[in-house]
Write a protein that binds this ligand. Structure first.
Ligand code: TYM
Length: 358
């Protein structure tokens, strides 16, 4: 609908326990995009301090996410890989967006409600404002496409709301300064020139929401106290096999098509994992395994998971043992990211009317 240069941005929090959901829902999908358009992949360390954190663990986890990006096949010559705190523009634009977003919008964010729990009064202001920083991550580069898992959908809708309100609130100023991009389809909601794009979420494929291996109604998550609930990206082959063997299932054999997975959350999850790891659809997987018991399907899934994940774990361990390469990648990435974000923030400051240093 508008003419911004296509650009992908996405991010992963360095909060430890990177898992299969992060890989299948996000990181693995980052890889092919690097050959399609300019891509920026961020380690969002500033988001990781919105809840109580251990500084030393944050440093390690920042290296770990970077290692996962590299081990998954993201090429730092093609994609920009960097950590958020090294590029000042994120925090600066987040402040501007704190003054664009409304309290009501942020109060409706389900992730805030979940993370803050019952004791909302005690949550950090940063946790409340988390989505405005996320919008700043994306819009500091005027990114047009954001590949994420299903749990980020609401945050991306908010990002569009913020872009739209900024474009509208400052429409005259954007036109006056000549810093907008023509909008081929102006409407009462959107003026003739836009400063920020309305970013498209990319939430697709069989793995947008990988569930816990212990409870098919709960998302696989970094914070689940049970390690058996998730496959960590640095698990050994034995750990991966054991977790799949112990995964919760039901007594029925697998159905012949996806219609038969309704009301069978655990079975649907394992079939989705198999599909995503093998690059096939769930129906294709079920055409092979329909009618088979889990005693046949689980070992096949374990073999596939080990084949795909174990080499990645080895590579992550290798990179983390001598992190110089990781540091060099992040430094180079931060420089390239700044070069894109700086002129955009320069214009954003002028739009706001901030007096420049003279
Ligand atoms: P985070 O760090 O929680 O998760 C990183 C990515 O993994 C996806 N994901 C999953 N996908 C499928 N099944 C699951 N069980 C699962 N768990 C996590 C997430 O959807 C995400 O894509 N707010 C973001 C980080 C962020 C960001 C951004 C993302 C900050 N700024 C800008 C995109 C653009 C987050 O907490 O992701």
């Amino acid at each position: 609908m508008n003419q911004f240069q296509p650009r992908v941005f996405s991010g992963v929090q360095p909060t430890g326990n990177l898992h299969l959901g992060n890989y299948l829902g996000a990181i693995s999908r980052f890889v092919p995009l690097q050959d399609e358009m300019p891509t920026i992949y961020c380690v969002v360390d500033m988001h990781a301090i919105t809840v109580k954190h251990d500084p030393a663990a944050l440093t390690v986890a920042t290296r770990e996410v970077t290692a996962a990006y590299l081990a998954a096949g993201i090429d730092p010559k093609k994609a920009i890989i960097f950590n958020q705190s090294q590029v000042r523009e994120h925090a600066e634009l987040a402040w501007i967006f704190n003054c664009v977003a409304r309290m009501g919008w942020l109060s409706r964010m389900t992730q805030f409600k979940e993370k803050a729990g019952k004791n909302r009064e005690n949550a950090s202001v940063g946790l409340f404002a988390y989505p405005t920083l996320m919008a700043a991550d994306i819009l500091a580069y005027r990114a047009t496409h954001v590949p994420v898992g299903d749990d980020q959908k609401q945050h991306l809708e908010l990002t569009r709301d913020i872009a739209q309100k900024f474009n509208n609130d400052f429409a005259e100023r954007i036109a006056e300064l000549g810093v907008g991009v023509p909008n081929p389809a102006p409407s009462p909601e959107l003026p003739g020139e836009l400063f920020f794009p309305l970013t498209e979420p990319m939430i697709a494929g069989p793995a947008t929401r990988i569930m816990s291996l212990r409870d098919g109604t709960k998302k696989m998550s970094k914070s689940d106290p049970s390690d058996l609930s998730r496959i960590n990206l640095r698990d050994t082959a034995d750990e991966i096999s054991k977790k799949i063997r112990k995964a919760k299932t039901d007594p029925e054999p697998l159905p012949g098509d996806t219609g038969g997975l309704a009301d069978r959350a655990e079975a649907a999850n394992l079939v989705g994992i198999y599909a995503a790891l093998s690059g096939r659809t769930k129906d294709e997987v079920l055409s092979d395994f329909g009618g088979q018991p889990f005693s046949v399907f689980k070992p096949a899934l374990a073999d596939l998971a080990v084949e795909k994940l174990a080499p990645m774990a080895d590579e992550m361990n290798r990179l983390m043992a001598a992190p110089d390469h990781i540091h060099a990648v992040l430094r180079d990435g931060a420089e390239r990211a700044s070069a894109i974000a700086e002129p955009i923030l320069h214009d954003a400051r002028r739009i706001c009317g901030f007096l420049e240093r003279r």
